[in-house]
Ligand binder design. Structure first.
Ligand code: HPA
Length: 279
């Protein structure tokens, strides 16, 4: 058996010992955004430490557990905390939780993160709907023997962020009076923030916001056939665009400040995704 397939099966078996819950939507909460997990009508909780071989998050602001439960009628698996490449994990570890959520039954991945804004109209505290991404600065999680049971060798990436799901998120933004920006996200490994020269380069390449997560997870999700929606919380203006130096503390604080509107957007979007599934 493909080693990744074997690993996913081991994780699935461990979770199934704790809960038989089948999520429809998998949710990854970014830095400083973990509080959303506490709003879910909780059915079960699985600490990552109880899943053999599962990567443990060491980043500040990441709790390290799955919350299984409901957002209105939508069954969700919420990741309170994710792992990042900069923690030293292999990319296969970083995407394992996504593959596990797919194996648990999730058909949709809703991914969130904190980012640095690079486009002139972006301000700290804005929420930005991901329309596309740039992956070429991070290792591709699909390199290696292809787990054929998970997905194809050469998955299409021409519409990574599902058009219908984007419509749902925009509708939720309208209903909540949220000025939702849209743009292209680029992932770098971190953990150092970018230099101003790097930001100028990324901006000219067509990226609008930069961060240290998400893209590798989304590639794994698309490979596994999940539909994907993504929202970034612009935590700061990227290097060279802001008069103050960047810090991890600033990112967490910006996430916390944006939390109320972020939670409203996520809640309404995910609730609507269930209706859409049934339609
Ligand atoms: N750069 C990279 N990652 C980030 C940033 C940034 O400016 N802000 C939040 N995450």
């Amino acid at each position: 058996m493909n080693p990744e397939t074997e690993r996913i099966r081991g994780c699935l078996a461990a979770v199934r010992e704790i809960s038989g819950f089948v999520p429809e939507v998998g949710v990854i909460l970014g830095s400083g955004l973990g509080a959303f997990g506490d709003m879910v009508r909780r059915v079960a909780e699985v600490p990552y430490s109880m899943i053999p071989g599962f990567p443990l998050s060491t980043a500040p602001g990441h709790a390290g557990r799955f919350v299984f439960g409901y957002v209105e009628d939508t069954p969700v698996a919420v990741m309170q905390g994710r792992v990042h490449l900069y923690e030293g994990y292999d990319v296969s570890d970083v995407v394992l939780p996504v593959r596990l959520m797919a194996a648990l039954g999730a058909k949709i991945l809703f991914v969130t993160n904190a980012s640095g804004g690079m486009r002139p109209d972006l301000e700290a505290g804005n929420l930005m709907l991901l329309t596309d991404h740039i992956s070429c600065f991070v290792p591709n999680p699909l390199i290696g023997p292809n787990p054929d049971e998970v997905g194809p060798r050469f998955p299409d990436m021409s519409e990574v962020y599902d058009r219908d799901l984007r419509g749902i998120v925009k509708g939720a933004a309208d209903r909540n009076g949220i000025d939702l920006k849209e743009g292209v996200y680029v992932q770098l490994t971190g953990p150092s923030f970018e230099t101003p020269a790097e930001i100028r380069m990324l901006s000219r390449m067509g990226a609008d916001a930069v961060g240290m997560s998400t893209v590798v997870e989304v590639i794994a999700a698309r490979h596994a056939g999940m539909r994907v929606a993504g929202v970034s919380c612009v935590a700061n203006l990227a290097a060279g665009l802001s008069p103050t130096p960047l810090s991890g503390e600033e990112v967490i604080a910006a996430g916390a400040a944006a939390a109320p509107k972020f939670q409203a957007l996520l809640w309404d979007s995910i609730a609507a995704m269930h209706e859409e599934e049934e339609a």
